[in-house]
Structures are given as C-alpha cells and as structure tokens.
Design a protein around this ligand. Structure first.
Ligand code: SF4
Ligand code: SF4
Length: 190
C-alpha cells in the first residue's frame, strides 16, 4: 500500500491577511452586529418620524428615481411609417436570447413582396428576462429596442408577466419609429 500524501492547504494569491482581532472571530462578529444595528436604528428613527429610510424603495408603490441614465428595462417593437411592425419574424432575437424568453409565431402576407413575413404573436416572459439586450443587438431590422422605463409587473402569477405584441408595439410608438430603409440604388440605363 502506498502512503497517502499529507494534506497541504493551497495558498491563494489573494488570501486575506488577518490580524489577531480578526483571528479571534468574536470581536469581528460583534463589530458587524454593531454596524447593522446602527443602520437599522437610524432607518427606524427616520421611519418613525415620517422621513424616508436611507435606502429603501417601497416597490411597487414607488419606483427608484436613481436608475442609471443607461438603464434599459423595457422592450418595444418599432413600427413602419404605415404602422405595421418592422419585425420580419426572422427569430434571430429568440435564437440569441440566453434566457429563451422570446416566443414568435410568424405569419405570411404574399401581397407584401418586400417583407412578406410578420409576427402574428410576439411575446416576452419578463419573469425570466435578464435584460441583457442581446435581442436588440441581434435584430437585423431595428425592430426591437429597449427603453429606460421599467414595466409595472409585480404579480403573484407568472403568467401575468408575459408582455405581448400589442403592448410592445404601442409603447411610445411615435418616439421610436423604425429607421427607414435606405433608398434602393439607382439603376443605370442600359
Ligand atoms: S434582454 Fe436578453 S434575456 Fe431579455 S429578451 Fe432580450 S435577449 Fe432575452
Ligand atoms: S425583432 Fe428583429 S430579430 Fe426578432 S424576429 Fe423581429 S426582426 Fe427578427
């Protein structure tokens, strides 16, 4: 039988260096409790005297005022000037979505030669969306964008957290028109 090697603790490059007080453990526990209690009591005093606690937002009654300027919390579908969806139901956004929360059913309009496919159903499950923006990046048509608003979605039922085509299309439709197609190149006379 071969003898087992003695266990050697691995040394990590970022291993914390602890002083005597930290190694004693209890003083640090008490220090942490003191900090937590101080913040709790300060917030409690503000609450009792009718002022707002330091960091708490009472969602959903309140929405945070300090979202970053670049926050993107809501999807929209853009429209063409005639009001039809710019989306061509190519499914690229649904394919790239890492959370797999976009569902699209495509329709076909043979009379529209330029873009015969369109979405008859376009839904996003906001209970699982991670707001990564990859759907926006992947879209070849500028048909889906994200705006800074946050939808009012709290619910006890996850089924209520799906947002469907009509809501995605009707959110600020005039502010978010699709980019127009570039004009077709002029044909040279033969
Ligand atoms: S933001 Fe990300 S997770 Fe949400 S629908 Fe788009 S690709 Fe999917
Ligand atoms: S939103 Fe864009 S990527 Fe998604 S199906 Fe429509 S055209 Fe394709």
């Amino acid at each position: 039988m071969t003898a087992r090697k003695p266990f050697v603790r691995k040394q990590y490059w970022n291993e914390p260096t602890m002083g005597v007080w930290e190694r004693l453990y209890l003083p640090e526990i008490l220090r942490g409790l003191a900090i937590t209690s101080r913040v709790f009591l300060a917030n409690m005093a503000k609450w009792i005297t009718g002022r707002k606690g330091a960091l708490t937002t009472y969602y959903p009654e309140e929405t945070r005022w300090d979202y970053a300027a670049g926050n993107r919390g809501k999807h929209i579908l853009t429209r063409r000037p005639d009001g039809s969806p710019q989306c061509i139901a190519c499914n690229m956004c649904a394919t790239v979505c890492p959370a797999k929360v976009i569902e699209i059913d495509a329709g076909f309009n043979p009379e529209d030669a330029a873009h015969p496919k369109f979405p008859t159903r376009f839904e996003i499950d906001y209970s699982r969306c991670i707001f990564c923006g990859l759907c926006v990046e992947a879209c070849p048509e500028d048909a889906i964008r994200m705006v800074k608003e946050v939808p009012n979605l709290p619910s006890y039922d996850r089924g209520n957290m799906w947002i469907a085509r009509e809501e995605l299309l009707s959110w600020q439709p005039h502010d978010d028109v699709a980019k127009p197609y570039p004009p077709p190149p002029a044909r040279s006379p033969r």
